[in-house]
Design a protein around this ligand. Structure first.
Ligand code: ADE
Ligand code: ZN
Length: 331
């Protein structure tokens, strides 16, 4: 099974680039940029990664992002993730970034997007890895602030394929962002949203009906509504599930309680993703391996999950078919 996981080329559809900041790079950048971080050592950092829910993670994650200042920092951050893609056999990746985490600290939008973009261009040239960039609105901030971020993105429209919605879910339902998602759709952006990660399945209905999203990020709470499950299956709406993340953030108390196998067996369009791999103990292959070690996942399931990742990506059909053929070849 482990050999199959490693051998299969994969797409990653749910990856926050700020969540790929490894402690070693955090320390290097803190020193270079003279930014104080509340840790004495790398070991100290890893010990702090002991979360009880989404918010306890987000507090630490936003503090870590403070070390990112210059274009080169965003380049290095992205390049390190690309090296992990090579290790994990990820041949296509659709990465999230959170512009407001940086613009609120006075870092220009352009600095962030340019650093990320240049690393992704080099990834294509050096390794043939293809990619898209999705800009997420922070849902704990206002819709007005999301509108301002959307405006800032217009200059970089050819670099950004879609918009997403992340950060503190509870108390910040998709309905809060209905107007800005409508505007983003009119502007031609693809739409995704975190929904049903910690909050209940009504958030998934809102994301579908009010935001008109193309993919759901997480969505694991859908299992509580048979009616929603039926709809997700009929529409083959993609759910980008992140198993390690769900365990680390205590959405499920243990791996054995994770519902991904049930969602998959029901016929939903599920993919496996790493979310914030530097914080959640592993990149995509480790997520697959943990699933196999804890749940009755079959080789057929792994192939389905991997094929779903390509089918649900935002690449054109020709490239999708080329990548799906590569998967078949690897099998
Ligand atoms: N930002 C980074 N990771 C996130 C997650 N798992 N949920 C919501 N917002 C996030
Ligand atoms: Zn996420």
């Amino acid at each position: 099974m482990i050999d199959l996981i490693k051998r299969l080329p994969k797409a990653e559809l749910h990856l926050h680039i700020e969540g790929s900041l490894e402690p070693e790079l955090m320390f290097r950048l803190a020193k270079k940029n003279n930014v104080e971080i509340p840790y004495e050592s790398i070991e100290d950092v890893r010990n702090a990664y002991n979360f009880t829910n989404l918010q306890t993670f987000l507090d630490i994650y936003y503090a870590g992002a403070n070390v990112l200042i210059n274009k080169d920092d965003f380049y290095d951050l992205t390049w390190e993730y690309i090296l992990k893609c090579v290790e994990n056999n990820i041949i296509h990746t659709e990465i999230f970034f959170d512009p407001q985490t940086h613009t609120s600290r006075g870092i220009p939008f352009e600095t962030v997007i340019t650093g990320i973009k240049e690393a992704l261009a080099d990834a294509k040239e050096k390794y043939g890895i293809t990619s898209c960039i999705i800009m997420c609105f922070l849902r704990h901030l206002s819709q007005q602030e999301a509108f301002e971020t959307l405006e800032q993105s217009f200059r970089f429209k050819e670099d950004i394929i879609g918009v997403g919605l992340d950060s503190s879910e509870l108390g910040n339902p998709p309905s809060k962002f209905e107007a800005v998602f409508k505007k983003a759709k009119e502007e031609g952006f693809k739409l995704v949203a975190h929904a049903g990660e910690e909050a209940d399945f009504t958030y998934i209905y809102e994301a579908l009906d009010l935001l008109a999203i193309d993919r759901i990020d997480h969505g694991v709470q859908s299992i509580k509504s048979p009616e929603l499950m039926k709809r997700l299956k009929e529409e083959q709406m993609p759910l980008t599930v992140c198993p390690n993340s769900n365990i680390e953030l205590k959405v499920f108390q243990t791996y054995k309680e994770h519902n991904i196998k049930e969602l998959l067996d029901y016929g939903l369009n599920i993919s496996v993703n790493s979310d914030d791999p530097a914080y959640f103990k592993g990149y995509i292959n480790q997520n697959f391996i943990n699933l196999c070690e804890n749940l009755p996942i079959t080789e057929g399931d792994i192939v389905t999950l991997v094929k779903n990742s390509f089918k649900s990506s935002f690449i054109d059909n020709d490239l999708k078919n080329e990548y799906l053929a590569k998967v078949d070849e690897a099998i």
